[in-house]
Structure formats: structure tokens, C-alpha cells
Write a protein that binds this ligand. Sequence first.
Ligand code: ADP
Ligand code: ZN
Ligand code: ZN
Length: 743
Amino acid sequence: MALYADIIVDITHEDLDRTFQYRIPDELADSVAVGDRVLIPFGKGNRQITGFVLEITRTPGFDPDRIKDIISIKSDDALVEQKLIMLAYWMKSRYGSTMNRALSTVLPVKKNIRAVQQKNVVLHLSADEASEKLDNYIRKKHVARARLLKELIKEGSIDQRLVTGKLNISPATLKALREQGVIDIVSKRQYRNTVGEHEMEEPVKLLPDQRAIADDFIGEYNKGIRNTYLLYGITGSGKTEVYMEMIKAVIASRRQVIVLIPEISLTYQTVMRFYKRFGDRVSTLHSRLSDGERYDQFERAKKHEIDIMIGPRSALFTPFDSLGLIVIDEEHEHTYKSDQMPRYHARDVARELARLHGASVVLGSATPSVESYNAAVTGEYKLYNLTERAKGAKLPKVTTVDLRAELASGNRSIFSAKLKEAIADRLSRNEQIMLFLNRRGISGSVSCRQCGEPVKCPHCDVSLSRHRNGKLQCHYCGYEQSDVKQCSKCGSKLIGAMGVGIGTEAVEEMIRTMFPYASVIRMDADTTKQKGDYEAILSVFANHEADIMIGTQMIVKGHDFPYVTLVGILAADMSLNANDYRAGERTFQLLVQAAGRAGRGALDGEVIIQTYRPDNYAVTSALTQDYTAFFEEEMGYRKLLMYPPAGHMLAVMIESGDLKEATDMARSLAEALSGDIMGRASVVGPTSASIGKLRDVYRQMLYIKSRQIDVLTDIKDRAEAFASSCNSQNVRISFDLDPMNGY
Ligand code: ADP
Ligand code: ZN
Ligand code: ZN
């Protein structure tokens, strides 16, 4: 019986985004496999082109007499890409997207790219000259120069991209230093063993707990056991050292490793730790790379020039041909979920990719996602535990302040008496302080105080916020207008910011008033708009050139600041009040991670959590740093309401520039699906999204819940088929499986 292959022919043309069927001739029947690149006749002229086999079936999709034969298999570089193509197909099927989008997500852009000349910055002074120069810079407060020189004295030579990127040294500074003969810039080819020239560091001696975990993993790995492991270890417990030990064993077996870390913790220090341990067999990807540089890194992986790729979620698609291990650090981070179709989660894609390669997956976190911890508890993943800080530093002392009591005693400021006192105390001892607020801007939504009419963004269904410059801004689309003087509805002139909306900008102002001699920096979305801003602020703080850092969740991510002895969380409730089912989890993670910033060095740390709900379980379990208590409570709630991971949820979004079109489509889709859904799943909606209009597009939602993920994939396929049968050009339907954010 004949075999047929569904083939996708080109991934760059939207209108070819479907499969075409070809017959597999008998002589190829044993050799064609899913993922293969094949040569086929195409179009009227039977032009010969290549395509990828996505599926093989016995049933022809149309009249067999009109089905053409595959000409041959192209076997050159298909092997590496084969697995990625199969992965794309899995992503398309699971998350919903066109094959086209899925393929362009996993395959590197093939453009005509000029090979970029990679450069290194090297020290051009003797050791004595260099340290004299360094003293000089420090005396003259040339902070950037001192920073660079300090690193160069240590490393001798550093990749120029790391210098301008992670070290945040401007091209102008580099030029000046080169002219003064302090440094030299040489191409990597001239300086062949660049990273290898770094003083390779002897690995630390693992502590008994770390050793036991590494040995267990390595033992299983060498026996051919492949699994998903969850390394649950408190902040500073030395997870990274354990990963490196595991990685060493895997590359010794001649297989490759992908390490995912959230973009925000892809710091110079982290990357350096890997370079120093593994030399130039390591490469990194980050969002600052151009398409060309990215492509280069992928080529190096293909040519076996590297064994370890470190990067954000897209590093998963590094074309390694024999993966042995995928590590996902800070696996609870929401940045592992893509917000574009296909809306994949890196954790699940990693597990599928590992299955295709026969590799293991190691997830690590101090605050594991409820999903992963549940999988570990139920035995699907293997659990490893690290309960002590590696350097012996004590966990900080955590206390709460009840803001209701504070208010009752007449303190209307956002700073409780206790927090204010603690700040003054640390300042007097020249120690550092981090203040954390999960909000930005200077005030909450602006509305009429007389009639309550909100001042809305003309493009989105949200109220505008007032900034210190007096302008009103939309945080969703960036729209800006001047302040309004009068209510458009009732004419009242009493327009103001409602509620307790207080932002980082306002906090900064208050701190400056209360502590005029302290030096303060702020890190939030507004102060980190330019490339390099983030690193610049961090390095100012790390160099102890500021006493207080105020920021949003950005500041809680894994940085080691040894002089931070006080962390203040100004209003723990803000993230609790968010209206989605992950609010409790997010709050707990934020509180624990923020607390983990205190007392990383020799000095003891203290954390003060201000809250209106001191008895909420997310707050109480953060107070005692008790993950399992939090997990039990949270899991009970998820089970009750069948939220992930107790069940699964598919968010279906119906979007149109026309409100009626969107609502009509949502209604008819819900009707069309009702037959399929009966008994297998439950539906909420159609309803308007909580932000019903965004950038002039109306958004309607359907939420479908089921215990079985397969039921939801099936319903998704039917919804897709229904939508395309409606042929309504102006309506877009998209899916989000187990969403991480509310819509
Ligand atoms: P985590 O990734 O769990 O936050 P890290 O791996 O960054 O922890 O370790 C925290 C600090 O402790 C780092 O400075 C690291 O070098 C150090 N450290 C970890 N393990 C050891 C060890 N076995 N001996 C000495 N220092 C260690
Ligand atoms: Zn009004
Ligand atoms: Zn807007």
C-alpha cells in the first residue's frame, strides 16, 4: 500500500503555510521519516524545490492519481534540523499557531549575513602600571574606567561585547583608553584562545548536600536514565555549582548542554562563572545580539565548536545534534512563557526536546512553580533539596508590619515607623537598602472625584496614570497627553488620582525628603528604557555608590549585593489583588526572592514586609520562608477550582477592530464548540477581556477548563477549523494554554 507524506514547502511565505501531499515512492518507503528534507516537483512547471516532511499517512487526502511523487531525500544537514522541525510541529499542535510561525520560532533566520569580526579588549599595561592606573581612576572617581580595568587585571582579555554590554563601558571610553595605551582591541582570530586565556578556575569543593545531588544525577545519567529533576534550593544554596558539576559529566560523555536563565539574570558575573569553568566551549545568546550574531552562534553549535549554550528561552533552539541535558534556572520565572504565538512554555518545550534527543532536564528554583513542585510531589519529576546557604550566611530575619494598624495610629505615609527607623539605622552604619514596590509611575488611575468618570486611554480600555512631569500616560500602549482640567462627563474640575496608587517615582521623592543626605537610585521600566540602563544602575549599586535602591520586581532577581542588610517591601498586597489565579503564587515568589537579597554577605540581613493582609497565606508563608506550607494551601485552592496544575485551561482570544464583529464571532464560536465541550470540559464566556480594548483592538475571551490536556488540544483544533471556515478577514483568534497572565 502506498504511503503519503504531508510536506511543508517554504517557511517564508504566509500563503504557503499549509502542507502539500506527495506520494512516497516504493524505493524510498523505508528511508523517509518525519522531519526529513525532501526534493519535490512543485507548481505548474514542476519546479524542483525542497520541503520538510511533517507527517506520513496511508490515506491520500485527495484523488491519488493527481498526487505527485517525492523525488529524493536531501540528507546533508537535515539531521540537526530534523529534531527542531519535529519540535515545531509539536509546538504548533499543542499551543496553536501556524506551522509557519512555529518553524520560524525554532529555526534560525537564514539571511545573507556577513561574518562578524569578533573582537577582544586586552590589557596593554604591565601589572604594576595597571594597578597604579586603577588607583588613579578610583581617586578621580572614573567609575567606568575603574570597573573595566579591575576586570581586565583579573581576566587579561574580555570579549568586546561583554565589555560594552554587561560591563556597560561606552565606545567613547574604549576609544579614549585605547588612545592612551591602556588597552588594545584585537580580533579574536589574532587572539585565538581568548576565553581559554581567562584564568580557568578550579571548581569549588562541593558541600556534602551538593555532592550527593550531583552524584545521584551523574550516576543515573551514566546508567542511561533520563528524567526531569527539580532542584529546589534556597537562594544562595549553590544551585549553580551543582548545575556545573552535572554539566561537566554530560559534556564528558560527548553530548551538549543548554542552560536557560531569565534574560534579567544573564549578568556578566553569571556568564563569567561558566566561562571560567568551561572555557571557550561556552557561548551565550541574549536579546542584544543581532540576527547575524545569533546565526553565528548557532553555526558554531552545528560545527561542534561549543558544547554549552547559555541564554533565555530561545536558546532552546540551538541546533545541537546530541543534547544530553537542559538546565532551566529560576524555572518559576514568567519570562519562560512566550507571549507571542505559539505561546509556548520553555519548561514543556524543553521536556519535549529532551525526549526527542534522549536528554535529561534539570529545573532549579528557590521558589518552584506550583506546577513543577506538584510534578515532583506526584513522582513525575525527581526532587532534590538544598536547604542551607553555601557560604554559611544566615537567612534574613523577616517581619511584617500591619499597615491597617499603622493607619489607625495616624500614620498615613507609605513608610511605617518601623521601616523608617530601620532605614535611618542602616544609613548611619553605611549599609545598603533595597526598597521594593510592585508598581510604577507616580499615581494610580486618574478620574473625576465628583462623578467617578475615569480618564481613559483613547486606544485602550484602561485609565491613564499621572506622571511627575504632569502628563497622563497609558502604561499599555505608551499614549501620552497633557493633564485634563475638567471632567468630560459632569464638568467638575476635581480631577485626581484615585485610591492608594503610589509608584516608585513617588517613593523616591519621599525618600529624598526624609533622608536628604542618602544617595538614591531607582530601577523600573521608566528608568531602564535604553540599552545598558539596567546594567548601569546595577553597577552603581554594586559599587556602593548609592545607599538606597528603589525598584519594581526587576530588583529582586538573583544579584549578590554584600552590603545590603535591609530589604523593605512597601506593599505586599499589590500583586495579591491582581485578578488571576496565580496572584498568590506570584506574591509568595516575589516576597521570598526579594527577601533573598538581604544579608548575602558577612552582615546579617533584615526584611520588613508592609501589608494590609498580614494573615494571607502567601504573606505568612513568606514570613517563615516555608515553601511547603505555601504549596499545600495553594494546591488546595487550585484543586478546588481545577486551575493548573490540577487541571488545564485554554484561553481563547477573539480580536477585532470592530466590537460587534468580535462579540458576534465569540458567541458563534462558543455555540459551535458547545457540542464538543459537553461533559469533557467547562466553559466561561464569552466575556470581554479584563482589558476589553487594547491599541484599538477589541478583545473577547473564552476560558475552557478540563482535566485532560488532550481534550483542550482537540477543542483548540476545532476552534481553529471553525474560525477558518467563517472566513472573516478582520477577526483574529489566538490561544493561550495554561496562561501565566490575565487578559
Ligand atoms: P544559587 O544559584 O543557589 O543562588 P550560587 O551557586 O550562586 O547559588 O552560590 C551562592 C554563592 O555561594 C556563590 O558565591 C558561590 O560561589 C558560593 N558557593 C556555592 N557552593 C559553594 C561551595 N561548595 N563552596 C564554596 N562556595 C560555594
Ligand atoms: Zn465627573
Ligand atoms: Zn493605551
